[in-house]
Design a protein around this ligand. Structure first.
Ligand code: IMP
Ligand code: MG
Length: 180
């Protein structure tokens, strides 16, 4: 039995180490708390990719934080965004009047987030912002800028810290570039 995931024939090259992720999340959490003062913040964790990031982020925000989950499937097992977003699980309660932050793992083409912003804004939150761990600005198909960005990365396929390739590698504690 091996403690590291098999590489499925591809190569994993470490890109962002655990300590850097931890330090950056502490900064973002503090920034969010400063921006929202003592208000309750509703974090919408976009499943599955952002569940590990969201778990660390909500603890870094501190104060009153609600946590909601939104199940989204954007690409059917491959490495290319199809632009077709399927909601696999909706929020469990209304967000009307709340300060909502969408917590994403990565923004690539921007299509998923574009869809989610439209979907959630019609529910009349008090405010709606976006926090993403990773940003790949080179690959945008729609204009999209997050309010909080962990790391801007080059246009490469990454896995780990919640991000997957065909459901594998989410359990890597760091972010790595995957090359087939
Ligand atoms: P977008 O719609 O192209 O912006 O893609 C958003 C979603 O695609 C993210 O929430 C991820 O789930 C997935 N995604 C985009 N780039 C990567 C990557 O490099 N590795 C793993 N998943 C990715
Ligand atoms: Mg995702």
């Amino acid at each position: 039995m091996s403690a590291s995931p098999s590489n499925g024939g591809g190569q994993l090259r470490p890109l962002i180490p655990e300590e850097k992720i931890r330090a950056r999340i502490a900064e973002i959490g503090a920034q969010i708390r400063r921006d929202f003062g003592d208000r309750t913040v509703t974090c919408v964790c976009v499943l599955k990719g952002s569940f590990i990031f969201a778990a660390d982020l909500i603890r870094a925000i501190g104060g009153d934080v609600r946590c909601e989950f939104l199940g989204v499937s954007s690409y059917q097992g491959g490495t290319q965004s199809t632009g077709v977003v399927k909601i696999t699980k909706d929020l469990s309660s209304p967000i009307e009047g709340q300060d909502v932050i969408i917590v994403e793992d990565i923004i690539d083409t921007g299509l998923t987030l574009h869809y989610l912003l439209e979907m959630l804004s019609v529910r009349h939150p008090k405010s709606l912002s976006v926090c993403t761990l990773l940003d790949k600005p080179a690959n945008r198909e729609v204009e999209m800028e997050a309010d909080y960005v962990g790391f801007s990365i080059p246009d490469e396929f990454v896995v780990g810290y919640g991000l997957d390739l065909a459901e594998l590698y989410r359990n890597l504690p760091y972010v790595a570039v995957y090359t087939p």
